[in-house]
Design a protein around this ligand. Sequence first.
Ligand code: ATP
Ligand code: MG
Length: 283
Amino acid sequence: MIRIAIQSKGRLNEESTALLQEIGIGIDDSKRKFLSKVPNFPMEVLYLRDDDIPQVVSCGTASLGIVGENEVAEKGLDVRVVKKLGFGGCRISLAIPKDSPYEGPQWFNGKRIATSYPRILKQYLDSQGIKAEIEIITGSVEVAPAAGISDAIFDIVSSGGTLVSNGLKEVEKVFFSEAVLIAYPNLSAEDEQMLQTMLFRIDSAIYSRDKKYILMNLPKESVEAATKILPAMRSPTVMPLAAEGWCAMHSVVEEDGIWDKILQLKAIGAEGILVLNIDKIIP
Ligand code: ATP
Ligand code: MG
């Protein structure tokens, strides 16, 4: 039985749950407790605040965890970062009042900076040779300058809308984060085996993300041009059609930019183009 810690609620909860479900670990989110057993997989899920996940994994209370790289770096504990998971992307940035002139990081010398990430901030300030005062605040960091608590903030940014509505501007993007799978550094052989099983499935899930299956009828002379438009995993599947001079071509394509590709395919004579969802790809 392997134990994995995930965020109980918040920005990473839904996608962590979805990823586990996608790789066949049938966790029932509606019935979740603090600790729940997965019905179809030898696994227990521990639901925690994201701040607590690095610690339980570093001491082995949970063998695995899904958490933001920002929390891993901030806690500075000994955990093995096994895999970036491709969701929960954000950055931690320095922001200052929007009307303040800014010419570079030296602006922060002698200033007070409010943050929930003092460790990551200190590393940055040290690396730049800046001496500033760090005010630790756990919630609503963005209101600190207006409240007179600080001159600047160091906080998570995704779209930047919160900064603008608080009269701030982002001036230094310091730390880029996404959700990662972390592991206890001294896993038992049995847990390591389980981790490898999960990784195989996670790789397939990540690889399949944003990919579609595309098939179409194509004049035979257009096959080469179509192959250039649709570089497949190895090469596209081409099958003859009963109609003379025509074939069917199947391939896998990134969803991003798919409409452009469809136009290009039509321009070389493709007809009856179908785009289908893919459940799993094992590359
Ligand atoms: P908890 O109650 O579990 O402590 P929290 O309030 O600390 O939750 P959330 O806001 O749910 O945390 O964010 C969890 C993680 O999601 C962050 O640590 C970060 O890695 C990631 N994240 C992605 N985008 C954002 C964003 N726009 N704002 C905050 N966190 C984000
Ligand atoms: Mg938290």
